[in-house]
Design a protein around this ligand. Structure first.
Ligand code: MLT
Length: 411
């Protein structure tokens, strides 16, 4: 018999979002009349912007003509998209990048999950608690951890608790770690990091020769002028950080799939025997071996995000979701719930009623209000007693959901 990768057997239950879907499906089977509103997974609901659709159509038409047909493209992405990414997402913020430092891909979930492959298995990995589950689960799968304890903490991982006491900001480790996952604006808590906070992390990483894996998938939701959108706005970050960006939450590409990862050429790591190695080269090797590039029409559609029309339309989408975030925050807070986030991020992090467990609160909301959210404990043990609501619903459903919560659930 073939042997399995036993590290997978250490994983707890199912991946968070399919587990939620399973519970909701079971509920609707016995309550077919319930009008469920889903504010659980952060999946967008508004259509792709017209400028994106127009370019998408044109590119599909090109694929139907022999003269403009495209087969395999460059695995790292077409130059036309790379150039727009660099000019619009980085140069405007004072960051220069070369096109071979940017890798277009089919998603930040995939990239932030796959990136650990280019690092040795015996690195010490630090994760915020709570955190996007992909960071932890992929390191468990790779064998970088032992088993989980009764609270769900995997032996061998360095957890950085993010609680009300530290304003949900992870604290710099007291000893040396090698790889650090940071996510700002944060999923799930919705908090952001000011420049001085990020500078502390970059300084720590450089002093300890650690690498920061910086997930900036929600940067477009930052509303406060002084908050950095990219880790590379911080002095020294190119020598210690990889950054993940996505078109999913910005331009509605969750179903279309396009993202990119920046691996600067100045970023070096070491072999066991002390020779330096370029992480850019390793990621390029992995990317070109295991990935054949995002389809041409999707890259053309993504490039349209940077046209004048595209920028205006994307801004309107983000404003729409941020208005939902305000509605959720204000209604729940006026009803007496304790809420965080939702100001620079499309997620609202709320305390459960009377210290109830996150999953009990999930069941209560589903049964009484027919509203689906995400239990905080699904993001890590420190998320216990919290609950995440997504602002990515439609306006109508968002208003209806918070009304139901206000009327049916006491804080
Ligand atoms: C979330 O709900 O945390 C995200 O939507 C999941 C994802 O982007 O993969």
């Amino acid at each position: 018999m073939a042997l399995v990768n036993e590290h997978y057997l250490k994983l707890r239950a199912g991946y968070l979002f399919p587990e939620i879907a399973r519970r909701v499906q079971a509920f609707t089977k016995t309550n077919p009349e319930a009008q469920i509103i889903r504010l659980g997974i952060g999946d967008v609901t508004q259509p792709l912007p017209p400028a994106v659709i127009k370019s998408f159509h044109q590119a599909v038409d090109e694929m139907g003509q022999a003269e403009s047909f495209k087969g395999y493209g460059p695995e790292q992405g077409y130059e036309f998209l790379l150039d727009r990414i660099i000019a619009n997402d980085f140069e405007v913020r004072g960051v220069t990048l070369e096109s071979d430092e940017v890798f277009v891909s089919d998603g930040s979930k995939c990239d932030s999950g796959n990136i650990q492959e280019i690092f040795a298995v015996d690195n010490v990995v630090a994760v915020a608690d709570p955190a996007y589950p992909v960071y932890v689960d992929t390191n468990v799968m790779a064998g970088r951890t032992g088993k989980a304890d009764e609270k769900g903490r995997y032996h061998g991982l360095y957890y950085m608790p993010c609680t009300e006491a530290n304003d949900f900001l992870p604290e710099v480790p007291s000893h040396k770690v090698d790889i650090i996952y940071l996510c700002f604006p944060n999923n799930p808590t919705g908090v952001v990091a000011h420049r001085h906070v990020l500078q502390t992390w970059v300084d720590y990483a450089r002093q300890n020769q650690a690498v920061i894996l910086f997930d900036a998938a929600y940067e477009a939701y930052i509303t406060e002028e002084e908050i950095p959108h990219s880790i590379y706005e911080i002095q020294g970050a190119k020598e210690c950080a990889i950054e993940f960006r996505s078109f999913s939450k910005t331009a509605g590409f969750t179903g279309t799939r396009c993202a990119y990862t920046v691996v600067p050429k100045a970023l070096l790591a070491s072999t066991k025997s002390g020779e330096t190695a370029s992480l850019n080269k390793l990621w390029n090797r992995r990317h070109t071996t295991k990935f054949n590039g995002v389809s041409y029409p999707v890259q053309v559609a993504a490039a349209a995000v940077y046209s004048d029309e595209g920028k205006t339309q994307v801004r309107a989408l983000i404003d729409y979701y941020m208005q939902n975030a305000r509605i959720i925050r204000q209604t729940l807070s006026a009803a007496g719930f304790t809420v965080f986030g939702g100001k620079n991020a499309p997620y609202i992090w709320m305390k459960t009623s009377g210290g109830m467990s996150s999953w009990d609160f999930f069941d209560l909301l589903l049964a009484e209000a027919h509203v689906v959210g995400t239990p905080g404990s699904g993001f890590g043990p420190s998320g216990e007693g919290y609950f995440r609501l997504s602002a990515f619903g439609s306006r109508e459903k968002t208003e209806e959901a918070v009304e139901r919560i206000r009327n049916k659930i006491s804080p």
